[in-house]
Ligand binder design. Sequence first.
Ligand SMILES: Cc1cc2nc3c(=O)[nH]c(=O)nc-3n(C[C@H](O)[C@H](O)[C@H](O)COP(=O)(O)OP(=O)(O)OC[C@H]3O[C@@H](n4cnc5c(N)ncnc54)[C@H](O)[C@@H]3O)c2cc1C
Length: 489
Amino acid sequence: MRRTFSTSASSLIASPLTLEPIKSRKAKPASLTITITTPKSQSLTLICRATENPRKKTAPRKSSYGTSRRSILKKSFTQEQVMFSGPLSHDPVVAIVGGGMAGLICALNLDKRGIRSTVFDTGLHGLGGRMGTRIFDPQPLIFDHAAQFFTVSDHRFAELVAGWSEKGLVLQWQGIIGELEQGGQFVPLPSTPPRYIGVNGMRPLADSILSQTCRVDVVRPCWISKLEPFNGMWHLSENGKPRGQFDALVIAHNGKCANRLLASSGLPLIARQMKRLELSSIWALLAAFEDPLPIPARAVTFPFEGAFVKGVDSISWMANNTKKLSYSPRTGPHCWTFFSTAAFGKRNKVPQENIPTATAEKVKEAMLEGVENALGLSKSSLRRPFYTRLQLWGAALPNNTPGIPCIFDPHGRAGICGDWLLGSSLEAAALSGIALANHIADYFQSGGARPNEFAVGLHNEFQPLRGHDIGQFPGLESKEQTVVPLPSA
Ligand SMILES: Cc1cc2nc3c(=O)[nH]c(=O)nc-3n(C[C@H](O)[C@H](O)[C@H](O)COP(=O)(O)OP(=O)(O)OC[C@H]3O[C@@H](n4cnc5c(N)ncnc54)[C@H](O)[C@@H]3O)c2cc1C
């Protein structure tokens, strides 16, 4: 049976609309293919699948997504797959939702391949996502409040880092880092491989990554809240405000927000992979002290600037950010970034946008106690910091990975990049961004004749990820810490 009719009822539909039942075996759920032809001769095909049990009545699908996790899960199981089937543009524009390392490097590499893109990012203070640096006036106090430093193991990342180094955006961190056992026993890590930091912090590096591109727009702060396929294009909007239309889509963020965005987007395979991702939670305590922290007697030969803390429940990392960022002379203030363990983060998890005062106080005290414990100081002997700021990274680091550089759905013309696809580090995020950009550029170059050949990562199984609680540092593993090598991107 073939019916053609015109309607203006659906926001998705231009005329004419053709409904074609697909021949299906009895055991399989029935499907309808809806082909929408537009005046631009672009076409959009939606394949709508019936539910597994045809007798079971399903509630009518709402047009907007809800907020509860349950409704997100349900909707992404039942949503339709978008099938763009119109010709590919010769001058495509790609929307990149997320301006962390992965999204920025994806935009950079699309630019290198001659493809235009727009990066949307929520950042109020700048780009970078988990490459956050906060400066508090009037002192000023300076802290990297997520990524602290990185190592380099892949030649493509090494090339990027060499370029940043030439431009004075990164430098080698010469300070001593090592492992601090509960009680103050410090073991330095070897000085190779080199550790890199952002000059003046990680955020300025992120803000500079796109400075020499000519085909990238950045829209910030902007929280993309809806993705809609229409007339062969992705239409993005922020709380009802249109943010443009694009030939392809890159999701360069993860966690609850990405799950919500994908739940009703028409990308069920991408949504499913995103939902498999498990993330840790980490508390960050930024603290400024008038005086240097007392160096434990057992670490006196190593005046360390950064330490992976072992055997303390509330602390996994501590670093003197003043020394690291060479901001201040020898006299105070002394700005330290402390991170909790993932186990402590999980036990004390609350909504990160709305941290109850009592929880904040409890967590802060437990973390300061953890610092005393790590340094081998007696209880309450640590001089109180004159400034503190507590933050919860509710979606901090991936616990599992599909181990593939990027995910791409050619029918939906949409892909994912991010650290979690390969590991949990800035390097993994950058390699993922490079991989997706090249994949999308190759796809557009192919003219779209063989879309199935470009499907990647849509069904990969996830494996657990190992590393420090604050991520992986290839080449810098302690004896008991083995980081799984990054697969080639
Ligand atoms: C506490 C902590 C410490 C760490 N320490 C290190 C370290 O020392 N070394 C290291 O190599 N790695 C470290 N990491 C990991 C590293 O920070 C990440 O691997 C890397 O920054 C991830 O980059 P990304 O681009 O994949 O994601 P992100 O940096 O998370 O970028 C995603 C961006 O998308 C934005 N976004 C989200 N939703 C939307 C939306 N709807 N619309 C628009 N924008 C949106 C977000 O605001 C964010 O800016 C640490 C992470 C944490 C949490």
